[in-house]
Write a protein that binds this ligand. Structure first.
Ligand code: FES
Length: 135
C-alpha cells in the first residue's frame, strides 16, 4: 500500500522535535481525524536555517512532514511557500488515494509557520485558513 520511501520516512522521520528559539511556529489541525501538526522554524534573512515538526497523526502525515521539512530546509521563505503537497507526495513516490489529504497537513503547517514569521515581522498577514479534511 505504501511506497518504500513513505515507509522509510515513517520509520525514521527526519527533523522531529521542537526548536526552543524558533522564530516561526505554525500549527494546523484536522477536525475530523483529530490529527495535529506543529512546525517550528528558525529563519534568518528570510532563509529557513532549521525546521522541526511534531505530528500527532497517522503514518502518512508523519512521512509527509518528514519529507516536507527536508525539502524546505535551506530554502527562502518564498521558495518554501511554493511547496505543494503534490511535490511532497511525488518525492515520496506517491500515497494511496485515501491518504492524500494527510499530505496537506504538512503543506499547511509550513504556510502557517511562515505566516507567523511574517506577522512577527510586522507584515499584515491574514489569519490562517481553517484546514478541513474530507474523510
Ligand atoms: Fe488524519 Fe492522516 S488520517 S492526517
Amino acid at each position: 500500500m505504501y511506497s518504500e520511501k513513505v515507509m522509510e520516512h515513517f520509520a525514521n522521520p527526519r527533523n522531529v522535535g521542537e526548536i526552543p528559539d524558533a522564530n516561526a511556529v505554525g500549527q494546523v489541525g484536522n477536525a475530523k481525524c483529530g490529527d495535529i501538526m506543529k512546525m517550528y522554524m528558525k529563519i534568518e534573512d528570510n532563509v529557513i536555517k532549521d525546521v522541526k515538526f511534531k505530528t500527532f497523526g497517522c503514518g502518512a502525515a508523519i512521512a509527509t512532514s518528514s519529507m516536507a521539512t527536508e525539502m524546505v530546509k535551506g530554502k527562502t521563505v518564498d521558495e518554501a511557500l511554493q511547496l505543494t503537497n503534490k511535490a511532497v507526495m511525488e518525492a515520496l513516490d506517491g500515497l494511496p488515494k485515501e491518504k492524500i489529504h494527510c499530505s496537506v497537513l504538512a503543506e499547511e503547517a509550513i504556510q502557517s509557520a511562515i505566516n507567523d514569521y511574517r506577522r512577527r515581522n510586522g507584515e499584515d498577514v491574514p489569519e490562517d485558513k481553517e484546514y478541513t479534511c474530507e474523510h
